[in-house]
Design a protein around this ligand. Structure first.
Ligand code: ATP
Ligand code: MG
Length: 190
């Protein structure tokens, strides 16, 4: 399988669809958000640094994030495609990912963009706040995350377009329909 980059706003379903894709095609999965939350839970030094940014809805600095990503990637079993969920989030991270993969003789594969209207996103994140109790799922922090997304992450959509690997899927109110379209998109590329 080709590598897959899952891209979209907070709450767009990156984690949900990554899980479905991973199970269907037996791929590796890196969620940078999950990696950071595990570090926080284990009380590591990295976790302490990360918590300061996450609780404010800000991004972890690029150099740190790129380092974490490369280590996580190298720890995965080779030979399967990998799903990148929540990385890259800046142009610098995207350039670094491309370079890191090229150095290993791999490539980015395909990028899947999840397009969801902001009203739906906010409703999902507030509901997740009640269920999972994530510290950064409160209305003020969510607003910051949307702002950061628009300022730093959204411009990457064009970057992927110019790389010729962007595939966009728009939420039309049904998870099953979205999945069907995504699976068809993946199978066309493999
Ligand atoms: P969802 O998973 O529902 O789409 P999300 O994108 O807001 O929501 P995560 O991907 O879990 O959530 O990220 C949570 C937080 O972790 C981010 O707000 C940010 O602080 C930090 N983080 C995760 N990935 C990165 C990254 N690639 N670069 C910088 N910070 C990151
Ligand atoms: Mg996530």
């Amino acid at each position: 399988m080709k590598n897959i980059i899952i891209f979209g706003a907070p709450g767009s379903g990156k984690g949900t669809y990554s899980e479905e894709i991973k199970n269907r095609y037996n791929m590796g999965h890196i969620s940078t958000g999950d990696v950071l939350r595990a570090e926080i839970k284990n009380g590591t030094e990295l976790g302490q640094v990360a918590k300061g940014y996450i609780d404010q809805g800000q991004l972890i600095p690029d150099e740190l994030m790129i380092d974490i990503l490369a280590k996580t990637y190298d720890a995965l079993p080779a030979g399967k495609g990998v799903i990148f969920d929540g990385f890259p989030r800046t142009i610098a991270q995207a350039e670094a990912l491309k370079k890191m993969l090229a150095e290993r003789g791999h490539d980015m594969g395909m990028m899947i963009e999840l397009i969801v209207d902001e009203e739906t996103l906010m409703a999902r994140l507030l509901r997740r706040a009640e269920i999972e109790g994530r510290a950064d799922d409160n209305e003020e922090t969510i607003r910051n995350r949307f702002q950061v997304y628009h300022a730093k992450t959204e411009p990457l959509s064009k970057w992927f377009e110019s790389e010729g690997i962007r595939h966009a899927f728009t939420w039309k109110g049904s998870k099953d329909l979205m999945l069907e379209e995504i699976f068809a998109g993946i199978e066309k590329e493999n």
